[in-house]
Write a protein that binds this ligand. Sequence first.
Ligand SMILES: Cc1cc2nc3c(=O)[nH]c(=O)nc-3n(C[C@H](O)[C@H](O)[C@H](O)COP(=O)(O)OP(=O)(O)OC[C@H]3O[C@@H](n4cnc5c(N)ncnc54)[C@H](O)[C@@H]3O)c2cc1C
Length: 316
Amino acid sequence: MPRFGLFPAAFGHSSGFNEDRDDRGSKLKPFEYVAPGTADEAVAILTKNGLNARIIAGGTDYLVELKHSSSVPKVVVDVSKLSELKGIDLTEQGLRIGSAVTHSEIMASPLVAEHALAMQEAALTVGAVQTRNLGTLGGNLVTCVPSLDSGPVLVALDAAVTLAGPKGRRTMPLTEFFVGPRKTALESGELLVEILIPKERLGRGCSFRKFGLRKGQALALVNAAASLDLDKGKLTDVRIALGAVAPTVIRAVTAEKLLNGKAPSEDLFAEAADIAVSEAKPINDFRASADYRRDLIRAGTKRVLAEALTRAEGKS
Ligand SMILES: Cc1cc2nc3c(=O)[nH]c(=O)nc-3n(C[C@H](O)[C@H](O)[C@H](O)COP(=O)(O)OP(=O)(O)OC[C@H]3O[C@@H](n4cnc5c(N)ncnc54)[C@H](O)[C@@H]3O)c2cc1C
């Protein structure tokens, strides 16, 4: 049975939210809160209410958006406790991570540490402890800002996402799920159920680096991830993913082509990093200039390639 209520009373800390004003004087307006018991129930509520319904998981992005929004949805559907959206498991297909798994749970998972260590490196860079305790992997991917920190590693590891909707379930590569800034392939009535890193990509050399204005509580100016393997001393299956340098996470495919089949070397990685710079479209904004971001792409690409190589060689 779904739980209903009027937010924030249903979360049990009404006075805190009602009185919480930000510097622009806006405050959270009341809305109907529903906590369905299953993913199918959530889909039914979303489908019935169409544009009048919104999903909430950890709320670290959405509550901020809601406070500043002039319109309030009729109903907010809380998916954070749905058991189908929780858990990290090793399956025959690969490493499955429920969309409602938090960044802190990723950091604490022995399975992620063993099979996809770079995901923990990325989770560690998200906000601060409180944000990581509430914020979910699914919420991060659906918000889909260009600087999202879980995107590059998952793209480098060729992850796929499964969505549940009124027409059933569908799975697609994460690269197709990311459509543009704050825009994903989710359709009306759909929710993100899980993320799968295919088994062929597990345990291989993979690394993540984020560059911000500070070490913590800072959005990425550039973030980068690489995954690769070695076959008889030659690089294979190289994937380089870059964030905050284009409308959404991109792969540096020309740089990847240069690397595949070659023996790794510092000079080769430097050449690949220069190519990666030319594949990105960084912007000037109040945080950094496009030129500075190009320098970070160059440095970041070299570093993630070198670290991924060390891990592929089993040295780390
Ligand atoms: C102080 C602060 C610091 C932050 N720092 C960083 C940072 O360093 N790096 C970074 O990448 N992000 C950062 N964020 C952003 C945010 O914390 C993350 O994106 C987080 O992972 C969002 O998850 P959530 O569960 O809180 O999403 P919510 O806020 O609950 O939801 C976000 C969006 O996703 C949708 N959604 C959520 N779950 C699902 C689902 N299963 N299916 C379909 N739609 C869904 C919601 O409708 C909403 O549109 C920060 C946020 C704050 C407030």
